[in-house]
Ligand binder design. Sequence first.
Ligand SMILES: [Mn+2]
Length: 332
Amino acid sequence: MWQEVGDAVDRHQRFVISSHITPDGDAVGSVVGLGEYLRGRDKEVLALLPDPAPAMFAFLDAEKTIQVYDPADHLGTIKQAEVWFCLDFTGPVRMGRLADAMPEFTGTLISIDHHTSPEEFAAISVGDSTAAATSALIAEFLEWAGAEWTDCMVTALYGGLVSDTGNFQYSNATARAFGIAGRLVDRGADPGEVYRRIYEIWSWPRLRLLGEVINRLELICRGRVAITTVSQSLLQRTGTTIQDLESFINYGRMVEGVEVSVVISELGPQKCKASFRSNGTVDVAAVARSLGGGGHRNAAGSPLELPLDQGRIRVEEVLQGAFSKPDVGNQP
Ligand SMILES: [Mn+2]
């Protein structure tokens, strides 16, 4: 599956590599890992993201090779590029502002991704939804290509894999993922250090926000649902942003007897967002769908065109309804 990609790398000199809006560790790790490899082969590489990467993933790009897209700085290079690698996203809608540059590009588009239902937008597509992360796919490509490994490459790819598997806790932490991780550790990736950098270094405002969020946690539906709300004023008071809420939803689910954890965050005066996590017995995608959202059985969400307090009332109504059904929790 890598021959076409390998041929494109061999034949060309000028590359663009980009990933998706609201970049995560896999976006950063896969872009840096592939970029390092191409630079090691004396290729010209422009690595772009449509938005800045979160601070917790900055260490994956130790040499600061990734730039945030700015047409004034980058459009000329994009026009001259021969190959554009699109990593870790299914289609142009996930490219944000970078999608505007697409019509200017006349070379070969290559997509490498592990999400389900990819769009056909690239000339060469490697789509493997059984792969744990795009970083894992890049690692497999570099193994196929016989890459000379550098510390920067193995750390970036290992970090991407850790980020997308929740440090090897999600269901995508397969034997294949552990195999790739093991080989990256063999080549110098440091699991303790990567874990510490991603999960154990928090800003003081973020830790204070967590305290406030936990203080506001309430149990409803006879203890089966933990629910909390986060207002803009709380974010302002603690000096945090909505991104700092990442993973906070897991705390409600830790409470014994809780089956669903809900965080409702205020986005604006008439706009909030409900996020749901289930421990597996309740299909929260169905709950989210009834509010106009969607997602997976165990992780789902929905936008709500309501003020925060009314959004919460609406969510509670839907949950009370879901938990009053006799068969809830017994669905396959
Ligand atoms: Mn990914």
